[in-house]
Design a protein around this ligand. Sequence first.
Ligand code: NAD
Ligand code: AKB
Length: 326
Amino acid sequence: MRSISITGATGQIGTELTMALRERYGDDNVIASGLKNIPDAVLRSVGHFHFIDCTQRDQIEKVVKKHKVDTIFHLAALLSAVAEDKPTLAWEVNVGGLYNVLEVAREYGCAVFTPSSIGAFGPSTPAEMTPQDTIQRPTSMYGVTKVSGELLCDYYHARFGVDTRGVRYPGIISYKAPPGGGTTDYAIEIFTSALAHKKYTCYLKADTMLDMMYMPDALKAAIDLMEADANRLSHRNAFNVTAMSVTPEILAAEIRKHIPEFEITYEIDPVRQAIADSWPDKLDDTCARKEWNWAPDYDLNSMTADMLRNLSDNAGQGRTSDACLT
Ligand code: NAD
Ligand code: AKB
C-alpha cells in the first residue's frame, strides 16, 4: 500500500482509520475523503482531503488518478437504522457506491477493503457461534446491501482479479467520532450518558445479545487483513471478526463497576429491536484467526475501563454525526 484513498473518512471508523493509516504509511500517502461536511480539523491539517460522493464514479476516479492510488478503503455507507429509514438511498450508496469503487479499482488496478457487518445475517442464520459460511437471508435493507456487497466483491475478485478484502464488523465501540445511525449505537451512548448523567435509557431490550468490538481492534483488523499474505486467504471479503458478546444489562453491570450509581432503563424502539433480534448473538471468527492471525486485544473489561478513561478526558465530545447529512 503506497497510495491509499479512504471514502467515508469523516465517519466513526473513517476518522480513526485515516489517522492510523497516516501514522503507518505517511501523511501524504493517505488521501481522506468525505461527502459534504467540514472534516475534523485534524483530518484536514495533516494530509490530503477531497469531497467524494461515492454514487458519482467520476469523483472516485479523479482522486485515484490524481494521487496514483493503489488501495481504496471504502467506508462510505448508510448504517442500519438510517438505511431502514431511507432504503432507496441506502441501495444507491451501499451497493451503487461500492459498484463504482470496484469499477474504478478494476480499471486502475487498486486493492479494495470494504467492511461488511453482522447485519449481513438474518433470523434464519444460526445465532450461536455463527459460522463463516452459513445462511444469509437478512431482513433489513442494510443487510440486503451488505450481502450484495459481499457478493459483488467476490465477483470482482473471481472475474477480474481485483484484490478485494473485507470483514464482517460487529458493533464498533469508540469515543473519538460519534456513531452514524446504527442499531448498535446504544453501546456508545451508554458510556457518554453514564458519565454525563449517571443514567441511560436504552432503546434495545435488556437481554439483546450482540457482538461488539473496541475501535483499536477494528482498525487492527482492517490493516492486518490488507497486509496479509494473499496466498493464505481462502475467504476474502467477509471474514467474521468479533471481540465480545454483550447485552445492554451486561454492559450496564460492567459500567457500574466504575460508576456504582449508574442506572439503566428501557424504552424500546421497535425498528431497531427488530433489526437487533435478526442478528447473531456470537460470531465464530475461526477463519480470520487461521487465515491472517486475527485476535482482538480488548475484552469487555479492558474496553470499558479504556472508554471511561478517555471519555472522562473529554476526547471526542461535542461532535455530531455526519451520517444523516446525505
Ligand atoms: P458512519 O456512518 O460513521 O460513516 C459513513 C460515512 O459515509 C459518513 O461520513 C457519511 O457522510 C458517508 N457517506 C454517506 N453517503 C455517502 C456518499 N454518497 N458518498 C460518500 N460518503 C458518503 O459509518 P461507520 O461506522 O464509519 O462505518 C463505516 C463502514 O463500516 C460502513 O460500511 C459500515 O456499514 C461498516 N460497519 C460499521 C460498523 C460500526 O459499528 N460502526 C459495524 C459494522 C460495519
Ligand atoms: C449498525 O448497527 O448498523 C452497525 C453494524 C453492526 O453494522 N453498527
